[in-house]
Design a protein around this ligand. Structure first.
Ligand code: COA
Length: 195
């Protein structure tokens, strides 16, 4: 009997115009921990205060496991030119039976505002639709995170609702804005022409 094929896999690394998304390496731990010391980066992605190198190492080894199983793709975002690690992005909560997944991303504070999150999310979403055969990708954002909402809207995501009091943050309930993108609605990232 022929062996049953497993789920489809992403071909890595994913190479874009300015960015290269690759499997996190143990040597990424210190850059990740350094970037994730900044509460402006960690608060919106539900990471605790005091993110350490040890946390980063655990994250990298969990990511490896997810990649091995093809169940989630946590990738390091690096600059093609020079190789600096500037963030993370990926697809997780992948449900192959329903052909959907969740997308998440963060960018180290010194690199905000240059379109890197839009480019990285666009690359991983495009690969998710084409290579994993996904039909829908979703994300959820705190209402006070306009940058992230801008990234999602720019790629074609639409607001699908508001999950009221969905998270407990510092002992208080917080709403989340729910975004969804169908394959045919996707608008890949295009850098703005220089003024
Ligand atoms: C959200 C985040 C990833 C954006 O990264 P980035 O590389 O700066 O994003 P981009 O440059 O691709 O796009 C940011 C957009 O937000 C816009 N923006 C920035 N500040 C804004 C504000 N206060 N209000 C509205 N829009 C704003 C920018 O103008 C840009 O839009 P434009 O390209 O149309 O001009 C980054 O801020 C981050 O890491 N935040 C913490 C983690 C996080 O929130 N992750 C997402 C969880 S849902």
């Amino acid at each position: 009997m022929a062996a049953r094929a497993g789920p489809p896999r992403l071909r890595l690394p994913i190479v874009g115009r300015r960015l290269l998304l690759r499997i996190p390496q143990p040597s990424d731990a210190s850059a990740i921990a350094h970037a994730l010391r900044d509460r402006r980066v960690t608060r919106p992605i539900h990471l605790p205060v005091g993110y350490s190198i040890r946390d980063a190492r655990e994250f990298i080894s969990r990511s490896k496991q997810g990649l091995k199983e093809g169940s989630k793709y946590n990738l390091s975002i690096t600059l093609r030119s020079g190789g600096e690690l500037i963030g993370g992005c990926g697809l997780d909560r992948i449900r192959f039976d329903h052909r959907n997944a969740h997308v998440g991303y963060w960018i180290a504070r010194p690199h905000w505002g240059r379109g890197y999150a839009s480019e990285a999310a666009s690359l991983v979403i495009s690969a998710g639709f084409r290579q994993l055969g996904l039909h829908r990708i979703h994300s959820d954002v705190f209402p006070d995170n306009p940058q992230s909402m801008r990234v999602l809207r720019r790629l074609g995501f639409r607001v699908e609702g508001r999950a009221r009091q969905d998270r407990v943050v510092s002992g208080r309930y917080r709403d989340m804005i729910l975004f969804g993108l169908l394959r045919e609605e996707f608008r890949p990232f295009r850098p703005r022409p220089a003024a």
